[in-house]
Design a protein around this ligand. Structure first.
Ligand code: ADP
Length: 467
């Protein structure tokens, strides 16, 4: 019995250190808005990079024609073709996906881009005339950190996600692809180079013109939003026809002392390949949530016998993937049979009492609730920065409900939001709590699908007259 008490103590400590009261979330909101400001004020002024995208107009629905996109950002790359009729409609792009041969991820850039150009050539051949004298336009989504020099060019800062093509670092990315297309004899121009969040924002805006920001919560997490150019202080004299530009926040790297941090987070960070980096992401995204839960179970197992003898699997990082964690969290069977199965099959923990299985569900709940609520605070931070959180308009004794709050949409993508119901519910709940229901009514979350690909094609379309 004393052992059980120990475990309850560990849980209580976890709950306390993951505490996300509305008060604390509001501090995170303020910190996010402050850091955004700092990142816009000067290069390196904040952990938020606040990268310029040079995307100064978003698709409206009036785009016409056939456009292509290439989406490169992980183990697979995708090519895509979309036909736009000049009116908002359900887009039904043709998409083909291919894995990138591993040797190309660490070889020479020419080989990688020649490979991609060949795939594109074959893809175009299926639908259109490759020989056509009309130049086809391509949106290129490249989900690695890029320093943009224009809407269609940028320099790779560093590789992530297992790519290590040395001759590409600090080189112009769109140019490398363009040369490969030319070598292949494909009459196609890379007309925009964008980050995946920017694609999501573009697709969101195509469907709903009130869309001002986009958030991705998948393996990692990031956000971008529409900013007034005069607020981008670090780039004096930045002029666009629209008066605005999309800013890629790289918010995964956000940090604030107000973030509720546990000893498990500290260890996860210290043992990661990128310590002190991506602190916000490590509390929120799919890559990490399961591993936080594994660490809590390990600690409990070490301190008591409620999980039987300590399973050696518990020591292996990332053995408990986030989809498994979600499946345990959402197990609604009275005997928690999913939890029992997953613990046995994946962590080698068989036959534990129902009480211990309930404990595991509780751990998943605490970790996911914190993640979703922090993501919500991040979103409100963006709204606050652009004056859409309802706080700006309060004057002379008017109550909050009197404020004319403009309808505001945020496009969201990623499996954490779309596949993990509890995560989504907690995120919505926190938005309501932070904003208050009167304001929250005006904030709509729209789920876009495959914005990273389709959105890039739309941007190729909406920027086609300009370059
Ligand atoms: P991307 O890799 O492009 O971000 P996704 O948006 O699909 O792709 O996110 C994948 C991440 O989401 C993975 O890290 C995975 O752990 C997590 N994930 C996938 N399905 C689920 C699910 N049903 N519940 C919780 N997390 C999930």
């Amino acid at each position: 019995r004393r052992k059980w008490k120990r475990v309850v103590g560990v849980l209580k400590e976890l709950e306390e250190s993951c505490e996300t009261t509305v008060g604390r979330l509001k501090q995170v909101v303020d910190a996010m808005a402050v850091e955004m400001h700092a990142g816009l004020a000067s290069e390196g002024g904040s952990k938020l990079k606040m990268l310029l995208t040079f995307v100064d107009s978003l698709p409206s629905g009036s785009e016409k024609g056939i456009f292509y996109a290439l989406d490169l950002g992980g183990t697979n790359f995708r090519v895509l073709r979309v036909e736009l009729g000049g009116q908002r409609s359900d887009l039904d792009p043709d998409v083909e996906q291919q894995p990138i041969p591993e040797q190309l991820m660490t070889g020479r850039s020419e080989d990688l881009f020649d490979f991609i150009a060949s795939s594109l050539y074959q893809f175009v051949e299926k639908n259109d005339s490759v020989q056509s004298p009309i130049t086809k336009l391509l949106g290129f989504t490249f989900s690695f950190p890029v320093k943009q020099t224009s809407v269609s060019s940028g320099v790779l800062i560093k590789w992530t996600k297992g790519f290590a093509i040395r001759d590409m670092v600090e080189k112009e990315v769109a140019g490398a692809l363009q040369q490969a297309l030319t070598r292949k004899g494909l009459n196609m121009r890379v007309s925009v180079l964008v980050n995946d969040t920017v694609g999501t924002l573009a697709l969101g805006h195509y469907h709903d013109a009130d869309t001002v920001a986009a958030v991705i919560i998948g393996t990692g997490t990031n956000a971008c939003y529409w900013e007034r150019t005069d607020a981008i202080i670090k780039c004096q004299g930045l002029l666009t026809t629209s008066g605005g530009m999309v800013v890629n926040m790289e918010w995964g790297n956000f940090w604030s002392s107000h973030l509720p941090r546990t000893s498990y987070d500290v260890k996860l960070d210290a043992e990661s390949p990128n310590p002190n980096d991506q602190g916000f992401e490590k509390m929120i995204s799919g890559m990490y949530l399961g591993d936080i839960v594994r660490r809590v179970i390990l600690r409990m197992s070490e301190e008591s016998d409620v999980f039987g003898p300590v399973s050696s699997r518990l020591y292996v990082p990332f053995t408990l993937r986030t989809p498994l964690m979600a499946a345990m969290h959402e197990d609604d069977s009275p005997e928690l049979t999913q939890v029992a199965r997953i613990l046995k099959d994946f962590l080698d923990i068989p036959d534990i009492p129902l009480k211990a299985r309930k404990l595991v569900v509780k751990i998943c709940d605490v970790v996911t609730r914190r993640a979703a609520r922090l993501a919500a605070a991040g979103i409100v931070g963006i709204l606050k920065k652009i004056g859409r959180d309802g706080s700006g308009g309060i004057t002379g004794g008017r109550s909050r409900s009197d404020i004319k709050m403009r309808r505001t949409a945020v496009a969201v993508e990623g499996s954490l939001y779309t596949q993990y119901t509890m995560f989504r519910d907690y995120l919505h709940e926190a938005l309501n709590e932070i904003l208050g229901e009167d304001i929250a009514r005006h904030v709509v979350i729209i789920v876009t699908e495959d914005g990273s690909g389709t959105g890039a094609a739309l941007l190729a379309a909406s920027h086609s007259s300009e370059n």
